[in-house]
Design a binder for this molecule. Structure first.
Ligand code: AMP
Ligand code: GLY
Length: 422
């Protein structure tokens, strides 16, 4: 089989490596991919949002199956376009990807179907938003409706901060049209859990839970990033909580989307907060998380391609999706300065990987046969072991053997999870 994978980060590298384990896979094209993915797939420099060029590429090369991973092409309707030309896809169609594409849509869906989430109000008029923000308790949360590169949710501590947020989103439009509508949302507290799931539109099968580390610095200090590391499973996510989530969140969401005429097929990511009043939805993502995927897929013992094909065909069963009992940790190695200004172009030296080790490249290019840094997040060093403690040790031991100029990593990935286990 010939496969097409859309995207070019560490997550896509993990997807490509997992797909390659299937013996029937002969070829994988990755668009655009990156210099590291190029070791495992044929990368073609076509942007993930360039739908016309991707459709033209697929028309010419006729892949047997396509996996669309990033949010923007999903929300733009790439799956619809590829299916139209007869390429079966893993990923939601445009009318289902709206679950991530519009936070107003997803909030209204949760309210209509009684899915637990933070109470919220929607505003299209800045003056009305400000009038409301003068009356509410702080901290509160201001969210842009649309996609905003993960920067669209702001926790504001005072009316002044809220006013700035409204000004930036609705008037200055720093996120473009994504900020034309905003949500003002109740501030929730509790441990956060990411649960990715496979779904064929009717059946939903959760994957092993995980924990992201979004802040740039140790101790969860510093700026928000795309994610500096992950561990799986998340120790806060007990079997009892998993049961509650299945009954009150996962199944009701899939049912709701079906009833709305928007059946969701693909990977649905539930961003949850375990509040004192029970688990609540913080956000839905219509795709695999990055860097959650880098710890979840190494623990998947079932064949990824088979599961993805079942999601597309509507034949997914719970017993098709099996995970190992151990744990995994991903330490993201970034360019120092990320998520703000940083230098790139440094040569990356990669060691041989051994048992329980994986390296997923996120931001690198090949130049004169050398692998050079080319992004903020450069790669993920992943360790897998029987216990979380050993997985964390293994990930850091691997990271120590990887070299490139200007490298930066957090030193405490997994420490919060380990403390929770004790
Ligand atoms: P989002 O873009 O909606 O995933 O939000 C990004 C981050 O903001 C989440 O991972 C949470 O840490 C935080 N957050 C979002 N909504 C809330 C909320 N209602 N209460 C507390 N924290 C929140
Ligand atoms: N790690 C969070 C995300 O992929 O949105």
């Amino acid at each position: 089989m010939d496969l097409l994978v859309i995207g070019g980060g560490g997550r896509e590298h993990a997807v490509v490596k997992a797909l390659k384990k299937n013996k029937s896979v002969e070829k994988i094209w990755c668009l655009p991919g990156n210099g590291g993915i190029a070791r495992d797939a044929e990368c073609v420099p076509i942007k993930a949002t360039d739908l016309e060029s991707i459709v033209a590429f697929a028309t010419e090369h006729r892949p047997d199956f396509a996996v669309v991973t990033p949010d923007d092409p999903l929300c733009l309707g790439l799956v619809d376009r590829l299916e139209e030309i007869g390429v079966p896809c893993f990923g939601p169609t445009k009318n289902a990807a709206i679950l991530e594409g519009s936070k107003v849509f997803s909030k209204q869906l949760m309210e209509k179907y009684n899915i637990p989430t933070a109470a919220a109000r929607t505003f299209t008029d800045p003056a009305a938003a400000l009038a409301y923000l003068q009356t509410c308790d702080y901290p509160t949360v201001v969210k842009a409706d649309g996609l905003a590169l993960g920067k669209g949710a702001l926790i504001v501590g005072s009316f002044e901060e809220a006013k700035d947020a409204v000004e930036n989103m609705m008037v200055k439009k720093i996120f473009g049209e994504s900020g034309s509508r905003i949500l003002v949302e109740e501030f929730l507290t509790g441990p956060e859990v990411s649960v990715l799931s496979f779904t064929d539109g009717s059946t939903v099968v959760p994957m092993v839970s995980s924990m992201d580390h979004k802040r740039a610095g140790d101790g969860d200090k510093g700026l928000n990033t795309g994610g500096m590391g992950t561990v799986a499973p998340n120790p806060y996510y007990t079997p009892e909580i998993a049961d509650v989530c299945m009954k009150t969140i996962f199944r009701p969401t899939i049912e709701a989307m079906k009833k709305e005429g928007r059946p969701f097929r693909g990977c649905l990511y539930f961003g949850l907060m375990l509040t004192p009043k029970g688990p609540k939805v913080i956000e839905y993502n219509c795709r695999f998380g990055d860097p959650e995927t880098q710890v979840v897929l190494p623990l998947l013992s079932s064949d990824l391609l088979t599961v993805m094909q079942a999601c597309r065909a509507g034949t997914l069963r719970e017993d098709m999706v099996k995970f190992e009992t151990g744990a995994a940790c991903c330490v993201v190695m970034a360019s120092d300065g990320y998520p703000q200004k940083y230098d790139t172009g440094y040569e990356i030296t990669l060691p041989e990987t051994g048992e329980g080790e994986e390296i997923y490249i996120a931001g690198a290019k090949v130049s004169d046969g050398k692998l050079l840094t080319a992004g903020g997040r450069v790669l993920g060093a992943v360790g897998k072991a029987e216990t979380l403690e050993k997985a964390v040790e293994r990930a850091y031991a691997l990271a120590e053997r990887i070299e490139f100029g200007n490298a930066y990593m957090r030193r405490d990935i997994g420490q919060r999870a380990l403390a929770a286990l004790k």
